[in-house]
Design a protein around this ligand. Structure first.
Ligand SMILES: [Zn+2]
Length: 149
């Protein structure tokens, strides 16, 4: 089953328009495969988005080169955030599919400066299944991985 996403009409993807310069953006960095710009909704000062230049809805739609470039750009931006804003923490967040909390369906990665008690929440309802079940899950993933490049 594919991820549950919205597919905007041609020419209507907000990040494609922003990358093309049709919408304003406070750009931070760009290279052949990625563009980094300030998130309009700043969780903390310096909160930056790293998007791929080509329209690709989710992580699953990226080429290996785009995936590598996105993480490389995120690391560069994280270094810049550390130098410019000196936060005690930095969080990467990347969402895929509606159920994964994705709201703009063009691949992007958040680089978020974090501070103690900054009010940014992440609900993380951990479960502790039996060890045998973990082995079953791992076997399913190993099998799936053996079928991918
Ligand atoms: Zn797009």
């Amino acid at each position: 089953m594919p991820l549950d996403i919205d597919t905007p009409p041609p020419g209507q993807c907000i990040f494609c328009r922003l990358i093309a310069g049709e919408l304003p953006a406070a750009r931070v960095y760009e290279d052949e495969l990625t563009v980094a710009f300030m998130d309009l909704g700043q969780l903390n000062p310096g909160h930056t988005l790293v998007a791929v230049r080509r329209h690709a809805a989710t992580l699953l739609d990226l080429t290996a080169a785009e995936a590598a470039a996105a993480m490389h750009t995120a690391q560069r931006v994280a270094h810049a955030i550390q130098a410019a804003f000196d936060p005690p923490g930095i969080m990467l967040l990347q969402a895929n599919g509606r159920a994964g909390e994705q709201t703009v369906f063009h691949f992007h990665l958040h680089v978020v400066p974090r501070h103690r008690d900054d009010g940014v929440g992440l609900i993380w309802p951990r479960r502790n299944p039996p060890r045998e079940l973990l082995e079953t899950h791992a076997a399913r993933l190993r099998e799936a991985l053996s079928g991918t490049a």
